[in-house]
Design a protein around this ligand. Structure first.
Ligand code: NAD
Length: 360
């Protein structure tokens, strides 16, 4: 039997790293029917929509997708394809494991954290009003009426909704993940001392949900302290659950702990569908150079194999990647002592090295 999977190559370095991951996944001997769907800037130019319905329909049909990164214009232009996809398919849990691999260049050994980021609410909700717009003016006057607080007239406004529903399901997901994966502790991360009604709600609901899991330790940390603690004593943490924006920022911090974005995989999971993608973006400056590290998307493929129940194949790919990292020869520039190391392997060369170990 072949698995039907939607493949979104993305842009920037996306197509090269996605191709490398596809080659590795196929080398496991498992059969896949890849349904290729493009999204992003070029699609927007041609079709007037960076995320056409055909992409969503394909994922709805296949239920599983693997995706390369997609560029989002900064400040202006279309809204993030990545955020829209997560919202449209209600992929509310973003799961980002940060695990040390022996041989990766990093200041830390033995990191084993899992970041669980809420994926649909918070400042990522996409409810924004441009400076001077009718919406911004109305909100400014409404806020003044309701709270007697002044917002400067020349302000742009982004809203931060955090609901009981959204928090409860992500925190429950984090505890269920901890239970299933024999993890010992869940830490809820927030800024409830300042944002009492959004982060405060996140904390209150987290505490309530934690009561249903007496065998798993629960604690909470304020986001700024959390960042410092992760740099100083990452070994004290296990599963972290965070609202959307903090989850985004801490994911890159977590990637930094294990040797960089080239090693940080991820999955966006909802009740109906799952989309696997690396934590990193499209690294446009390396587009087409066969230079970017494909391991994060390969490791996202490992997460996909586990999701499909193909645990043996997942272990084999994970071990093959670990062996390439340990040896340190066939790794890309970002994993070498210096970024201009002439012995840096190419993107496709990393795939060859992983495949040769997979079959040895
Ligand atoms: P980025 O993650 O693309 O790059 C950050 C740094 O890491 C850069 O120096 C880059 O060259 C390097 N890097 C990233 N991936 C790498 C890899 N696989 N191998 C080697 N080096 C790698 O972040 P950015 O520069 O802030 O974002 C670029 C674009 O990607 C933006 O348009 C952003 O919106 C988008 N983005 C997309 C996603 C996604 O598709 N899920 C996620 C994050 C950012």
């Amino acid at each position: 039997m072949a698995y039907n999977i939607t493949l979104i190559p993305g842009d920037g370095v996306g197509p090269e790293i996605a191709e490398a991951a596809v080659r590795v996944l196929e080398a496991t001997g498992i059969s896949f029917n890849w349904e290729i769907q493009n999204a992003g800037g070029e699609v927007y130019e041609k079709e007037g929509n960076p995320l056409p319905d055909r992409v969503l329909d394909s994922i709805k049909k296949n239920r599983i997708a693997i995706k390369g990164p997609v560029t989002t214009p900064v400040g202006t232009g279309f809204r993030s394809v990545n955020v829209t996809l997560r919202q449209a398919l209600d992929l509310y849990s973003c799961v980002r494991p940060c695990k040390s691999y022996k041989g990766a260049r990093t200041r830390y050994d033995n990191i084993d954290l899992v970041i669980i980021r809420e994926n649909t609410e918070d400042l990522y909700a996409g409810i924004e009003y441009e400076k001077g717009s009718e919406g911004a003016k109305s909100i400014i006057s409404l806020v003044e009426k309701l709270s007697n607080k002044k917002i400067r007239q020349d302000s742009g406004i982004s809203l931060k909704p955090i609901s009981v529903f959204g928090t409860e399901r992500i925190v429950r997901y984090a505890f269920e993940y901890a239970k299933k994966n024999r993890r010992k502790k869940v830490t809820a991360v927030h800024k409830a001392n300042i944002m009492k009604f959004s982060d405060g709600l996140f904390l209150e609901v987290s505490r309530e949900v934690a009561k249903d899991y007496p065998d798993i330790e629960f604690e909470d940390k304020i986001i700024d302290n959390m960042c410092m603690q992760l740099v100083q004593k990452p070994e004290l943490y296990d599963v972290l659950v965070l609202p959307n924006l903090y989850g985004d920022v801490v994911s890159d911090l977590g990637a930094g702990l294990i040797g960089g974005l080239g090693l940080a995989p991820g999955a966006n999971i909802g009740d109906g569908y799952a989309v696997f993608e690396a934590t990193h973006g499209s690294a446009p400056k390396y587009k087409g150079l066969n230079k970017a590290n494909p391991m994060a998307v390969m490791l996202s493929g490992v997460m996909m194999l586990r999701h499909l129940g193909e645990t043996d194949a997942a272990e084999r790919v994970d071990n093959a990647i670990a062996s390439v990292i340990r040896e340190g020869k066939h790794v890309t520039y970002d994993m070498k002592p210096s970024p201009d190391d002439p012995s840096a392997e190419t993107t496709s060369g990393v795939a060859d090295a992983v495949i040769s170990r997979l079959n040895s």
